[in-house]
Design a binder for this molecule. Structure first.
Ligand code: R5P
Length: 300
């Protein structure tokens, strides 16, 4: 079956890289916001028949940026899925490198909504065939949907980038206990006996404020602080500061999804980080590691 790729407006560089690796034709979209705030999207093709009978791969991350927020990105995604369905795509494969709202997967206070699950259910209800996400905050929410669904692991790619830098005596540090399992898996890419440690983080469920504490044995070590998401940078900055206070030599702030909101970059570098490293799930200055090859391995 002929395959084509739709490069979503939020994943322009990554979408093109994936299409080139797959050696298939790709099309972008035209988007605007109407005066009343509603989103508009059309796939940039001259004729609907181009889609009929093809396998369509849609690549659209859903992180916020200066040009669109995550709600708009989600609506654009739904519009692309609806359009290719209407035009008669035979198979629809959706790649969402960063899934917005993934952290809202549990009820922390009475009255809350498990919005992450709802978003997945909406996408699933559009009868797509396959869904690919990358390092989703909690993999268990993928079990609740019907379509084939894969959580792609970016850790080897991130580790390869760090190994290409001038680093020695690495310790991987998780910013909280919940991130330890992920950090252990990450550490294996640096060698069998690379240590993993963590700080104690407590988040106030009402205000969102975090406090972090702990002292680790990091004297003269190069430290990789790894997390799935950097949003405001509060978590990462605290972990970097405590790593430095624990004697760390170089410190790298690493996250699959480096959203870098507000003054996150300033906070993280001021706390003592040598570099902020993310993937192109979010297209910004921290996107030093491309997910294209890892995604293509699944799509081939
Ligand atoms: C939380 O569980 C996540 O894994 C990240 O640690 C968190 O989202 C980072 O947020 P921020 O950068 O705002 O501290």
């Amino acid at each position: 079956m002929k395959k084509i790729l739709i490069v979503g407006p939020a994943s322009q560089m990554l979408g093109i890289k994936i299409a080139k690796e797959l050696d298939i034709n790709y099309y972008n979209t035209e988007t605007k916001t109407f005066p009343d705030g509603e989103n508009y999207l059309r796939i940039n093709i001259d004729n609907d028949s181009l889609i009929e009978g093809t396998e369509v791969i849609i690549v659209q991350s859903t992180g916020p940026s200066s040009s669109e927020n995550q709600n708009g990105r989600l609506f654009e995604l739904l519009m692309m899925i609806e359009a290719v369905t209407r035009m008669g795509a035979t198979k629809i494969v959706v790649v969402i490198p960063y899934l917005a709202y993934a952290r809202q997967d549990s009820v922390f206070r009475p009255g809350e909504c498990k919005f992450a699950q709802l978003i997945l259910r909406i996408i699933d209800s559009m009868r797509i065939d396959e869904l690919y996400v990358v390092d989703i905050h909690s993999q268990k929410i993928l079990e609740e949907i019907q379509c084939k669904c894969v959580n792609i692991d970016s850790m080897k790619l991130l580790a390869d980038y760090i190994k290409s830098l001038d680093v020695k005596d690495i310790v991987v540090v998780a910013p909280d206990k919940g991130a330890v399992e992920r950090s252990k898996a990450f550490a294996k890419h640096f060698g069998e006996n690379v240590p993993v440690d963590y700080f104690e983080k407590v988040r106030d469920v009402k205000t969102g404020e975090i406090t972090m504490s702990g002292k680790l044995s990091l004297k003269n070590k190069d430290v990789v602080v790894s997390d799935d998401i950097i949003a405001t940078g509060g978590t990462m900055a605290n972990a970097i500061r405590l790593s430095k206070e624990s004697g760390a030599n170089k410190v790298f702030a690493v996250a699959t999804h480096a959203l870098l909101l507000q003054n996150a970059k300033f906070r993280i570098i001021k706390a003592g980080a040598d570099e902020i490293i993310g993937t192109d799930s979010i297209d910004n200055e921290a996107s030093k590691v491309s997910l294209a090859k890892a995604i293509v391995d699944y799509l081939k």
